[in-house]
Write a protein of this length. Structure first.
Length: 283
């Protein structure tokens, strides 16, 4: 089943994984153990990159997955195929979640299909490199915040009535929130907002038994980078400045989301995990 609401194309983002070379590694690295059996997860930006790896791993662990994405239909259908191959049910939904009405329609579609929502993964995002803050237009600034932080507010508002004690929300922040990025001023600012949102929402929902945590990836090889997140001349050496000397792969990040989604993390809320290739940052 495919739902499509308010498709937009913005500067070629987030890009097609089907055209990316080399292909990112999304495949789960170990057999499932049923840690999400019977659960329903909404994963935004699940057509490719980290979102696809999370969807695949969640499905392997027994979850049904709602694959929310912007407009890359071929990638989204491939993620849906992967989820089904892992034994889960899949629903694809295209649209701009930075629009409140779209987020509501996504949740309505998810509940109509699966009858429940247990896990929300706010992963969708965009970034645009700029050498000078004066190059950041009002349109770009508004667009980056709308995609990266407004969507989290709108989707959380829409999902909250369906979450119960034991549910989990996991937001994707970034290493740039902690160490900064001179070329990603607007993007890094949204990631700071996401970390603050995570900690504050955790305090807000903890009495309801709903845990809220985040993951702060370092440089990960996804379509976002060559499609607009990094200048072409830097893509060749992407991630080489980490202590590990390489970019991470999506399937090296997905287990952090799984840990925070399942009962293994039952005593964690308001926290951030850092799969970043060895970069030491303050918490």
């Amino acid at each position: 089943m495919n739902q499509t609401i308010g498709m937009v194309h913005e500067d070629g983002l987030p890009g097609h994984e089907s055209t990316l070379e080399p292909k990112p590694d999304w495949q789960p690295r170990y057999p499932g153990s049923g840690r999400l059996k019977g659960k329903v997860a909404v994963v935004t930006g699940a057509d490719s990159g980290i979102g696809r790896a999370v969807a695949a791993l969640f499905a392997r662990e027994g979850a049904d997955v709602v694959i929310a994405y912007l407009c890359e239909h071929d990638d989204a259908e491939e993620t849906a195929r992967i989820v089904r191959e892992e034994g889960g049910r899949a629903l694809t939904f295209a649209g701009d979640l930075g629009e409140e009405a779209t987020s509501r329609k996504l949740v309505e579609a998810a509940v109509a299909k699966f009858g429940r929502i247990d896990i929300l993964v706010n992963n969708a995002g965009e970034q645009h490199p700029d050498e000078d803050i004066r190059q950041i237009t009002e349109k770009q600034l508004r667009r980056t915040f709308q995609t990266n932080i407004f969507s989290m507010f709108f989707l959380t508002q829409a999902v909250l009535p369906h979450l119960k004690e034991g549910s989990a929300i996991i937001n994707c922040t970034s290493v740039t929130m902690y160490k900064g990025s001179k070329q990603l001023l607007d993007y890094s600012s949204t990631k700071g907002a996401i970390t603050a949102f995570t900690r504050s929402l955790s305090e807000n929902l903890i009495e309801k038994g709903i845990r809220v945590n985040a993951v702060a990836p370092g440089p990960i090889w996804t379509p976002l980078n060559p499609s607009g997140g990094a200048p072409p001349e830097k893509v060749e050496h992407f991630g080489e400045d980490t202590p590990m000397g390489r970019p991470g792969q999506p399937n090296e990040v997905a287990p952090s989301f799984l840990f925070l989604a399942c009962e293994d993390a039952s005593y964690m809320s308001g926290q951030v995990l850092h799969p970043n290739g060895g970069i030491v940052v303050g918490s």
